[in-house]
Write a new protein. Structure first.
Length: 144
């Protein structure tokens, strides 16, 4: 059995199980804010024959359908640690008010895809987008 390793915990996992772990960080809450900005990284699996562009476009269709007041601001191909990635930037109306989100999809170990999702109140986007840029610039992908 392979071993899952993290700074807080480690354990054995059956070899045929998929790693679907979620990593989440939240900014300190600010006074009178309905929600704190956060960053979530998830893992998924690319469909047979699917690349990052197709995967991201499939996710774009889904979020546009599900989110109230969805407005796409940008869809651009970028690189994360030298690997092709797709970034979506959009706004929508959450329960606590207007939100901005950035989704970045990058290929991990085949056929995995890592998704970095930054969510922030629209009023905080100008201040927090550079923080997210620094986080993305620090990403180091494992050997695949």
């Amino acid at each position: 059995m392979p071993r899952y390793e993290h700074s807080d915990v480690s354990f054995d996992v059956p070899r045929d199980w998929e790693d679907r772990s979620v990593v989440a960080f939240s900014a300190p809450a600010r006074a009178a804010q309905a929600m704190a900005a956060n960053l979530v990284m998830t893992r998924d699996t690319l469909a047979a024959g699917e690349d990052i562009r197709r995967y991201g476009d499939r996710q774009l269709v889904e979020v546009a359908r599900r989110l109230d007041g969805f407005q796409l601001h940008a869809r651009q191909e970028i690189a994360v640690d030298g690997q092709p990635a797709l970034e979506l930037r959009f706004a929508w109306r959450g329960q606590g008010g207007p939100l901005e989100q950035r989704l970045v999809f990058v290929a991990g170990r085949k056929p995995a895809v890592l998704t970095f999702t930054a969510t922030m109140p629209k009023s905080e986007a100008a201040r927090l987008n550079p923080v997210f840029d620094r986080i993305l610039a620090s990403v180091k992908l494992g050997e695949g």
